[in-house]
Design a protein around this ligand. Structure first.
Ligand code: AMP
Ligand code: MG
Length: 391
């Protein structure tokens, strides 16, 4: 049995980012930049008006001043207008500032009188002018390699005139659930059987990472069934098998993988829940064997499968987001494995929820965060701890 840290290190040493692709900006949400991007244009690209109003010379504008309106500058076409003190130009939001003007008076602050206006406020130089480059300088980095494209990033790239981006390739994943006791939801349950829930869980977690789930299958605890399922699953970048990796007579996954030539790098990790975890690879496919107990499958998927998929996709940050929280209760880990406590982070407070056992799915369904208790670690109520946010 190896430590959680060793297991993660070994997995991430084995996993390589997939080759990148050029992808339309409209499809790129959630992918990771394959290169750095820099601003080719400053933002704003030219001095422009922040208001509908009048361009003026500030030093000539005291409250009550009357100005002659000599032209109109709409957004979209620079009419190359110019003003002198005593004049104003009608202007609209986003329109370029006429030469000579150094402030905008908003239209709510003037009284229009034919071809003239009377200003009802004092005016300061620079007011309501959005200066070229004040938001973003030309050459400034706008997106780092390995950073996730979020809605705001996509808008920024679009504002630079960029229509497609170099991003990490999509990861194809296969999920195989194993177990003679499992019945597909929607079908009839006999005595002793249970509904199969790990595929639904793992599919959701994989989709959340941005992977494409191409295959979801169930195999019986039978050599032939497993071999056939694994062969199909191996055609993907990632194959996740749940159940059948423990030490019982019906745990046949390890032998089936060996028979197919999968190199098994890890079996059994000092993590609770989740000890009978397996990692191996064959060709371009990374193979994860997760324990069948739903909470174990959940924890090992988040701690081992998620970072591997993110690395394949070209991400730099492979960690779950963390937040500080005040612990609601005393907690001690007396076991010999790192323990992930499922809990709820609410208003800055972390409280364990439900039974902390590997089959206890209800507690998991109520949780949004995980607290990792190291071997021998003791924590006191009201202590501030870092928790991992997974929801
Ligand atoms: P195993 O790892 O195959 O020994 O399974 C451990 C426990 O998890 C058993 O109680 C199984 O019934 C349960 N289990 C295994 N696979 C699933 C699944 N896909 N959905 C729900 N429970 C499962
Ligand atoms: Mg089983």
């Amino acid at each position: 049995m190896i430590s959680e840290e060793e297991a993660r290190k070994k997995i991430l040493e084995t996993i390589r980012p997939l080759s990148s692709r050029r992808w339309s900006l409209s499809e790129a949400l959630g992918s990771f930049a394959a290169e750095d991007y820099f601003a080719g244009l400053p933002l704003p690209a030219f001095d422009n008006s922040a208001m509908d109003g009048y361009a003026v010379v500030a030093s000539f504008c005291k409250k009550g001043q009357r100005l002659q309106v000599t032209g109109e500058q709409p957004a979209g076409r620079d009419k190359q207008l110019r003003i002198a003190p005593g004049e104003a130009i009608r202007i609209f939001t986003g329109a370029p500032i006429p030469a000579g003007a150094d402030a905008i008076v908003m239209q709510e602050d003037v009284t229009r009188d034919g071809d003239a206006i009377v200003i009802n406020t004092d005016v300061k130089a620079g007011e309501f002018i959005r200066e070229r480059g004040c938001d973003l300088a030309e050459g400034q980095r706008i997106l780092a390699k390995g950073e996730r494209l979020r809605a705001g990033t996509i808008a920024l790239l679009a504002s630079q005139g960029i229509a497609d981006v170099a991003v990490g390739a999509e990861v194809n994943a296969a999920i195989i659930s194993t177990g003679d006791e499992l019945v597909k939801p929607g079908e009839k349950l006999d005595q002793g059987q249970i509904y199969e829930s790990n595929s639904a869980l793992l599919r959701a977690l994989l989709q959340r990472c941005g992977a494409a789930v191409n295959l979801v299958e169930h195999c019986r605890d039978e050599r032939a069934s497993l071999i056939e399922g694994i062969k199909r699953g191996m055609r993907n970048h990632v194959l996740i098998i749940s159940g059948g990796v423990s030490v019982g007579e019906h745990d046949l996954v390890k032998d089936a993988l060996r028979e197919l030539g999968v190199q098994i790098d890890i079996w059994r990790v000092a993590i609770k829940p989740g000890k009978p975890f397996l990692f191996g690879n064959i060709g371009e496919c990374a193979v994860f064997g997760l324990p069948g107990n739903p909470v174990s499958a959940f924890v090992t998927s988040l701690q081992f499968v998620r970072p591997a998929i993110l690395k394949m996709m070209g991400a730099t940050n492979l960690d779950l987001p963390q937040l500080p929280a005040k612990l609601a209760v005393d907690l001690t880990n007396e076991g010999d494995r790192a323990h992930y406590i499922r809990g709820k982070l609410e208003h800055g407070k972390f409280s364990p929820v439900g039974r902390q056992e590997s089959h206890a799915l209800f507690g998991l369904s109520q949780s949004n965060a995980l607290l990792r208790l190291d071997l021998g670690q003791s924590l006191k109520a009201d202590q501030i701890v870092d928790v991992q946010i997974w929801e």
